[in-house]
Design a protein around this ligand. Structure first.
Ligand code: AKG
Ligand code: FE2
Length: 245
């Protein structure tokens, strides 16, 4: 892996995919820790209104906050740290390690930006690790719009519509995906038994800790800490002209 080239590619595209980054045994182990934690039928954390409006069906888990250390190996990986530093600059920091789990038949995630791009320099970076294969059969593919981290705010519109220039990613077991928080991205519906990714969220030095508290969807800006829609972005069509009486 050429660190400088990878960082340049990230700067241009707003994401980068590196296959076979993590060893198979480590992935198998973490996948089983994740499956054991969630069990067969985990409950959704968010309220129904959020699930309905956001078209987002993920159940987050923060293992390190519960004293589970299995996930530290990735956090401490020297290659991942060097790559993070090359992209985020000196004194970048880790925000948290979050597992995101979705059940079979759920809708994945609608298009979003993890944080508002109002200030282009303030952003998070997702360091996504996949502990099992994501294929067209399992569903749950991650979809990105290359270069969209430089296009400002995600356009309002259909929360799950397609973009002409979208690219579908099918990360395999052991793949690392680095994803800029302003890049337009989504997750397709889940067809397999379950779908999970583990995100080691990070940010450049000086980025506020709560940078991802407000998420931008195509139909709203949503604040997680207050469970509130802070901006309605639903497209309103002009009124049909009234016939003269
Ligand atoms: O799980 C994925 O592939 C993407 C998850 C995501 O949207 C994120 O980590 O912000
Ligand atoms: Fe995201």
């Amino acid at each position: 892996m050429k660190i400088t080239k990878t960082a340049e590619q990230f700067a241009a595209d707003g994401y980068v995919v590196i296959e076979d980054f993590f060893a198979d045994e480590l992935m198998t182990h973490l996948d089983s820790v994740i499956r054991n934690h969630y069990g067969d039928d985990p409950d959704f954390l968010h309220d129904d209104a959020f699930l309905e409006k956001s078209k987002t069906d993920v159940i987050p888990w923060f293992p390190q906050r519960e004293g589970i250390h299995d996930f530290d190996t990735i956090e401490n990986d020297q290659r991942l740290q060097a790559l993070s530093e090359a992209i985020l600059g000196p004194d970048w920091y880790t925000q948290y390690c979050m597992v995101m789990y979705s059940k079979q038949g759920t809708s994945g995630q609608a298009w979003h930006q993890d944080c508002p791009p109002d200030d282009p320099l303030q952003h998070n970076m997702n360091r996504l690790v996949y502990t099992s294969d994501i294929t067209d059969e399992t569903g749950g593919q991650t979809v990105v719009v290359p270069g969209s981290h430089k296009r400002g705010v995600l356009t309002a519109g259909d929360p799950i519509g397609e973009f002409d220039d979208q690219v579908v990613l099918r990360p395999k077991k052991g793949t690392l995906v680095l994803l800029h928080g302003h890049t337009w991205h989504r997750v397709l519906p889940i067809k397999g038994a379950y779908r999970c990714s583990t995100n080691y969220r990070s940010a450049p030095n000086g980025t506020p800790d709560g940078i991802t508290d407000v998420c931008v969807y195509r139909n709203m800006r949503y604040q997680f800490s207050t469970s509130k829609v802070v901006e309605d972005r639903t497209i309103r069509y002009p009124d049909v002209p009234q016939a003269a009486s």
